[in-house]
Design a protein around this ligand. Structure first.
Ligand SMILES: NC(=O)CC[C@H](N)C(=O)O
Length: 417
């Protein structure tokens, strides 16, 4: 059987071929792009990537680099230090505005140019020269993509030749001593960063790395920590689409970032990385077609972050059964065990009448459990034991190895039955 996702993506593109918008004009080289290009890619767990349209078309990463370089600065210096230099508040301003906090001069957030220039300057130790800092950025972004990314020299030169506004922004930040590097070096390094070449599949993989708590789904490399991903995704959610961030969140509801070459990158925690590309831009500098593609994907596939997740019963087949010559209470627990699902398990187990009836909890159908799920399961075993029951855990996959059952010493862990 062929997985139908590629076909579905081709249908989405067919529905999003309207030709509104204009090519970017602030970087002349970008105006040479073929305006009709259109591509989409989705990367899911296991590193499977589905794509349609001009998925092989290459373009400069531009502002899509911002969340990843922010992640690298956080990795190098920690959240506290980086936040002392760049705030995390949405600016509501266009991407190239002078958006700073009055008092400290801190750029409002790392997703607009003034913040991104500052974040670039923060990567690595201060003593690095510009080339070393850029190589650190390149290596980091390449680790997110799972392949070595190269610079488009023509885009780089074009951007640098027209970087007057970014130079002004960098000087402004330097004047407040938020960083002490030479602003020219910073703009040059940042322009190189923006000129790294990607395709739509790369965007999907990079997004999925953020969505997978920092582990690249293709290479298995842990690029940054889960905590850093949470920080980056939060800032993308509130600031990633510039002054269209509110509309984006209500319509699409996926943490995302856009860039002036026409890319949009989305990262839906635990689920998918999304890349979309088409060069024509709307008034905010977001690709008209890539935005339409993301709106459609979100609506069709139920990807909005604020929609409640599909969740089945946690406990099936609970009740007293005859087994091994006597009565026992038996419950089959299934799915992912986290706070709300484990609470449903505990509510079910609270109906077990205290006494000596043995209790069997079959967790062989539990797919995953987080720390909270583990603690709640351990607590269930402890309380059932305190109520007088012997508790057997049926756990052929060893998922409960780290469950602390305290002094419930007569608990037995059994294989499948
Ligand atoms: N929004 C963008 O993609 C802007 C990136 C571009 N390199 C700039 O600095 O202006």
């Amino acid at each position: 059987m062929q997985v139908p996702v590629d076909d579905y993506l081709a249908e989405v593109l067919a529905a999003c071929r309207q030709d509104a918008g204009e090519l970017n004009s602030s970087i002349p080289e970008l105006a040479r792009a073929d305006p009709d290009q259109l591509a989409v890619a989705v990367c899911v767990g296991g590193g499977r990537v589905y794509a349609a349209g001009d998925a092989g078309a290459r373009f400069s990463i531009q502002s899509l680099s911002k969340p990843f370089v922010y992640a690298l600065a956080l990795r190098d210096h920690g959240v506290g230090f980086v936040e002392s230099k760049v705030d995390v508040e949405p600016s509501g301003d266009p991407f190239n505005e002078i958006s700073v906090e009055e008092e400290s001069g801190r750029p409002r957030n790392p997703m607009i140019n003034i913040g991104a220039l500052t974040v670039h300057a923060l990567v690595g130790e201060e003593r690095l020269d510009a080339a070393q800092r850029f190589e650190r950025v390149r290596a980091g972004l390449s680790a997110f993509a799972g392949r070595r990314l190269e610079v488009d020299e023509a885009v780089f030169t074009s951007e640098l030749d027209h970087a007057h506004r970014n130079l002004a922004l960098a000087h402004l930040v330097r004047s407040r001593e938020i960083f002490t590097l030479d602003p020219h070096e910073v703009v040059e390094g940042y322009s190189r960063q923006c000129s790294l070449v990607v395709d739509t599949r790369d965007l999907a993989v990079m997004g999925m790395t953020l969505a997978s708590a920092g582990r690249n789904p293709l290479t298995g490399e842990q690029v940054v920590s889960e905590q850093i991903c949470r920080q980056v995704l939060s800032v993308m959610t509130t600031c990633g689409m510039y002054n269209a961030a509110g509309d984006w969140m209500t319509d699409v509801g996926i943490p995302a970032k856009s860039g002036v070459s026409g890319g949009v990158l989305g990262a839906l925690p635990g689920q998918a990385g999304i890349g979309a590309f088409s060069p024509r831009l709307d008034a905010h500098g977001n690709s008209t077609r890539a935005v339409a593609v993301c709106e459609r994907l979100s609506a069709d596939l139920g990807l909005h972050l604020m929609s409640p997740p599909a969740d089945g019963d946690t406990v099936s087949a609970a009740g007293v059964v005859d087994a091994d010559g006597g009565e026992q209470y038996r419950a089959v627990v299934q799915g992912a065990l986290h706070f709300t699902s484990a609470e449903r398990m505990l509510a079910e187990l609270s109906t077990v009448v205290p006494g000596s009836t043995p209790v069997t909890l079959d967790v062989s159908r539990v797919a995953t459990m987080n720390d909270v799920g583990r603690r709640m399961l351990g607590e269930a075993v402890r309380r059932l034991t305190a109520d007088g029951h012997r508790v057997d855990l049926v756990d052929p996959h060893g998922l409960t190895a780290e469950v602390d059952t305290g002094d419930a010493t007569q608990t037995r862990v059994l294989g499948s039955n």
